[in-house]
Design a protein around this ligand. Structure first.
Ligand code: 0WD
Length: 256
């Protein structure tokens, strides 16, 4: 029997087979969780439906986190499908291209800053707030994905780094908010993985090569690595862990 047997999980952020959310769906399904998946737009719908078929998810819902109406509708529909939710996985980030390349100040505008924070950080709080009534009192877990650029100034990551710092602080404040109801909130700070989102970051390939040379484990991270840690963090095995940022990065962050 898997260690997520009987758990119900909503997983956002599947955009391709390479998405980190795909690795998380795979691991959670393997450990016995029932899944519902969301897709951002019509273009991604059929891919997410394929993933749903693979992981036995009986419901697939549209969810663009820029739209409050869609957030409300998503949880209304989820509430009709399930009478409670145990796991919420947030695998969503976006920043306009010019805000994630070159000189930080050259690429930043009020609009870019706003979009990056709205989609990449505020959305975690928005989903957590909408999910709260369904998650209350079930020893549930919320999980999001961050990156080292939240705490170090890394070339090109720029505005997304600022948004990830906000996301990590949001994890801590949410943990304080829903902890008394038995819900935990954590983040995984993943090493670089070649996904659609990563291809938007300038010089990603060069960064990956440098990462493999320096990281203690001398290898890149896979979506399976992140998926397995996500499954653990959202399970009762991790019931003492909340408000934490867990590094799944071959140890890269410990290096000077
Ligand atoms: O190296 C990496 N790939 C790392 C990614 C290292 C550390 C962290 N992360 C984070 C990302 O910042 C993100 O928060 O992991 C999370 C998942 O990213 P991913 O798996 O690397 O990327 P991808 O497969 O592209 O999924 C991200 C998805 C979007 O895909 P695209 O590429 O089409 O933008 O986030 C979703 C979308 O499906 N997304 C949204 N979903 C709902 N509403 C929205 C939105 N407005 N915007 C983006």
């Amino acid at each position: 029997m898997g260690f997520l047997q009987g758990k119900r999980a909503l997983i956002t952020g599947i955009a391709s087979q390479r998405s980190i959310a795909t690795g998380i769906a795979e691991a959670m399904h393997r450990e016995g969780a029932e899944l519902v998946l969301t897709y951002q737009n019509e273009k991604l719908k059929s891919r997410v439906e394929d993933a749903a078929a693979e992981y036995g998810a009986k419901l697939v819902l549209p969810l663009d986190v820029a739209d409050d109406g869609q957030i409300n509708e998503c949880f209304a529909q989820l509430g009709q499908h399930w009478d409670g939710l145990d796991i919420l996985v947030h695998c969503i980030a976006f920043a306009p291209r010019e805000a994630i390349e070159g000189d930080f100040l050259d690429g930043i505008t009020r609009e870019n800053y706003h979009i990056a924070h709205d989609i990449s950080a505020y959305s975690l709080a928005a989903l957590g707030k909408a999910a709260r009534p369904l998650m209350k009192g079930r020893n549930g877990a919320i999980l999001t994905l961050s990156y080292l650029g939240a705490e170090r100034a890394l070339a090109n990551y720029n505005t997304m780094g600022v948004a990830k710092a906000s996301l990590e602080a949001t994890v801590r404040y949410m943990a304080m908010s829903v902890g008394p109801e038995g819900t935990r909130v954590n983040a995984i700070s993943a090493g670089p993985i070649r996904t659609l989102a990563a291809s938007g970051v300038a010089n990603f390939r060069k960064m990956l090569t440098a990462f493999e040379a320096v990281a203690p484990l001398r290898r890149a991270i896979t979506i399976e690595d992140v998926g397995n840690t996500a499954a653990f963090l959202c399970s009762d095995l991790a019931r003492g862990i909340t408000g934490e940022i867990t590094y799944v990065d071959s140890g890269y962050n410990i290096m000077g």
